[in-house]
Design a protein around this ligand. Structure first.
Ligand code: ZN
Length: 174
């Protein structure tokens, strides 16, 4: 297992559409382990393969709270099948857009078809944080980011701010 570098905006990779996995083998199992390790290391609750530069339709999630047991969930080739009319709003952050939180309205409930680690087709119906997180991560597989919902002006401002942070050298006090 290894911790991967997470790609941050601005990045063309993050805008690309990920490819479905046809054969699930050792490489994909390793990828999922790496995604979990990277996600836990970065204290995120979800991570898609594209965020570490791998354009495959795979994502991992763990929405358990700090004092609960870990609950790692992985989704291969996830597809949203149904969504509710009711919506919910969360202030969402993204490991690829550091220090930025945006209020996003999404369907409250979603039904998602996916393939599990054993290659079995499964269906999950979820609400609350898991529903929002799953929709956020599936957006990543389609090259969509939470800043895409903002006006161009606001989006450019955020990207500029993050680019500046990226360029700055490490600050030290001696
Ligand atoms: Zn994200």
């Amino acid at each position: 297992m290894s911790i991967k570098d997470i790609i941050t905006v601005p990045s063309d990779t993050l805008k690309k559409i990920s490819e479905p996995i046809v054969n699930f083998g050792d490489n994909e199992k390793k990828l999922i382990k790496d995604l979990f390790e990277t996600m836990y290391h970065s204290k995120g609750i979800g991570l898609a393969a594209v965020q570490v530069g791998i354009l495959k339709r795979v994502l991992v999630i763990d929405v358990s709270s700090k004092d609960e047991k870990k609950n790692p969930m992985s989704f291969i080739n996830p597809v949203i099948k149904n969504v509710s009319k009711q919506t919910s709003i969360y202030e969402e952050g993204c490991l690829s857009i550091p220090d930025t939180f945006i209020e996003i309205e999404r369907p409250e409930i979603c039904e998602v078809e996916y393939v599990d680690l054993n290659g079995k087709k499964k269906m999950i119906k979820c609400d609350g944080l898991l529903s929002t997180c799953l929709q956020h991560e599936i957006n990543h597989l389609d090259g969509k980011l939470i800043i895409d919902n903002l006006s161009k002006l606001k989006r450019d401002f955020i990207i500029k701010k993050i680019s500046k942070i990226k360029k700055n050298p490490d600050r030290i006090i001696v």
